[in-house]
Design a binder for this molecule. Structure first.
Ligand SMILES: Cc1cc2nc3c(=O)[nH]c(=O)nc-3n(C[C@H](O)[C@H](O)[C@H](O)COP(=O)(O)OP(=O)(O)OC[C@H]3O[C@@H](n4cnc5c(N)ncnc54)[C@H](O)[C@@H]3O)c2cc1C
Length: 330
């Protein structure tokens, strides 16, 4: 008997930063592989941007029916209105029944607009997709990770973002997916939003959402020099990314691009080191899926010790320089 969901056609929207594939996209590909394995459906991957050939080829070995390349100068910067227009057209043209991307700031900006254009319901932060008769049941994270909701989405087309920590690396296949060029009609775009500029402070450090090790600092760090010396110094010894609690962002000590948590980045590295962070639920929401958690806090009752695998009750101003010194001797 054929599976009632065998006509499932998933469109994965890839995310990249000026030609550098965001690894979280692979979690969405893994989700698509799992759904297609369970249903007999197929998935396609859409890459938008300008000069995206490298991103397209890096996504070729994962068994997508096709990789769709929307390569156009008007897509150089990810202006959400423009991207959503192209995505909605591709969804209609390709007859997608599900659209998925990694849960990220990019997706939060782009996917709800695309969902609205194709009149589809949307779920964010999905951690599992289960075939259920002729429909799907989804699990998604709510309330800073304290509740897992089991939900259904009405309608034939479903749009979702998936949590990368819930899906692993997708399997590779022998044959490369064929590539199809998508024509982009920039004159049909609304033009209501235009790209002005992009400001960034190059740190030379990896992005916290992609790094294997993240060193984060909290309110214990009194100023940005101390943060750079202790948190940045330890991170550099370990080849790690740097993160921050919101307390430091709010006080202007760190940039909000470093914030980990409910309203910041969600990370799941192999090792997370929290220095002088209390462990408020809004912070835990962004890092509790890390494989090994190490906490340094001078208060032995700090809530972060409840989820830490290794805890050190100590003053960060004392132990972190010692640790950096010891790592330096190696
Ligand atoms: C809607 C909402 C969303 C939020 N989103 C986020 C979010 O995304 N991310 C986030 O982080 N927070 C978020 N927050 C804020 C969150 O509730 C906490 O206020 C914040 O996480 C606290 O940061 P902290 O642990 O650095 O500071 P504190 O809670 O002040 O903790 C500082 C810790 O450092 C320890 N300490 C002090 N000095 C030293 C020292 N010398 N050595 C060792 N330890 C020391 C203290 O014992 C204490 O445990 C959000 C809050 C709300 C309401």
């Amino acid at each position: 008997m054929t599976n009632p969901l065998s006509s499932t056609k998933i469109l994965i929207v890839a995310e990249h930063d000026r030609g550098h594939l965001k690894l979280a996209t692979l979690a969405a590909v893994c989700c698509a592989q799992q759904v297609c394995q369970a249903t007999g459906g197929a998935f396609e991957i859409l890459v938008l941007g300008e000069q995206v050939a490298d991103v397209v080829s890096s996504l070729a070995p994962y068994g997508a029916a096709v990789v769709l390349k929307a390569d156009h100068s008007s897509l150089l910067n990810p202006v959400a209105d423009q991207y959503a227009q192209v995505i909605s057209k591709v969804v209609k043209d390709r007859g997608a029944t599900m659209v998925a991307a990694a849960a990220s700031t990019f997706s939060k900006d782009v996917l709800p607009r695309a969902a609205a254009l194709v009149d589809a319901g949307m779920l964010g932060d999905v951690v599992s997709v289960t075939p259920d008769g002729d429909d799907f049941t989804f699990e998604r994270v709510m309330f800073a990770g304290n509740v897992i909701a089991t939900v259904k989405l009405d309608g034939p087309l479903k749009v979702l973002t998936v949590r990368s920590s819930a899906f692993s690396v997708p399997t590779k296949v022998d044959a490369a997916s064929p590539v199809i060029d998508v024509s982009v009609d920039s004159s049909s775009q609304s033009g209501l939003t235009t790209f002005v500029s992009r400001e960034e402070k190059p740190s030379g450090r990896p992005d916290a959402t992609e790094a294997r090790i993240v060193v984060s600092g909290g309110r214990a760090l009194k100023n940005s020099e101390d943060f750079e010396r202790l948190v940045g110094g330890l991170a550099d010894k370990l080849g790690a990314a740097v993160g921050s609690s919101r307390a430091l962002v709010d006080s202007g000590i760190t940039s909000n691009t470093l914030q980990i948590g409910q309203t910041g980045k969600v990370v799941a590295p192999d090792l997370y080191i929290g220095l002088g962070i209390s462990g408020a639920i809004q912070h835990l929401a962004g890092m509790k899926d890390s494989k090994v958690i190490v906490a340094v806090n001078q208060d032995s009752d700090a809530p972060i010790f409840e989820i830490a695998d290794y805890g050190l009750v100590a003053d960060v101003y004392q132990v972190v320089p010692e640790l950096i010194g010891k790592l330096g001797q190696k």
